[in-house]
Design a protein. Structure first.
Length: 131
């Protein structure tokens, strides 16, 4: 299944910096919101991923879910229920803290292994803060 959600968030918008973090929370691993419910609890899917596509018209979120043909209707219903739930409620603090720790660990490893790569990540952020 491929589900596409277009938004009017343009590239280099302050919110677009949060998209990778949001993508991880929604469907990166077994602790993510969609995979945890659809794979671990209901055993309906083989895997799920989300990514964003940015262009001058806006940003689209694409959710890709692998499931058997017999589970398609139920997977769609459950997916939209999950998205609706978290559009109205806050994401659990444990989920946010888990992703924050993962991000911090990866950034620490990145900066120790390759300082030039870490610098290339922070330079655009620095220049955007000047505006």
């Amino acid at each position: 299944l491929i589900i596409n959600f277009p938004t009017n968030v343009l590239p280099n918008n302050k919110d677009s910096k949060l998209f990778p973090f949001l993508n991880k929370i929604i469907s990166s691993d077994l602790t993510s919101l969609i995979v945890k419910r659809l794979r671990l609890e209901l055993n309906l899917v083989y895997g799920a991923s989300i990514y964003s596509i940015e262009n001058l018209c806006g940003t689209s979120f694409v959710i890709s879910i692998s499931t058997s043909d017999s589970n398609v209707v139920r997977v769609l219903k459950e997916t939209f229920d999950i998205l609706k739930k978290y559009s109205q409620e806050l994401i659990p603090i444990n989920t946010l803290l888990h992703e924050k720790r993962q991000f911090t660990l990866s950034m620490n490893q990145l900066s120790y292994k390759n300082p030039d790569l870490a610098a290339s990540l922070y330079i655009p952020q620095y220049f955007w803060q000047l505006n």
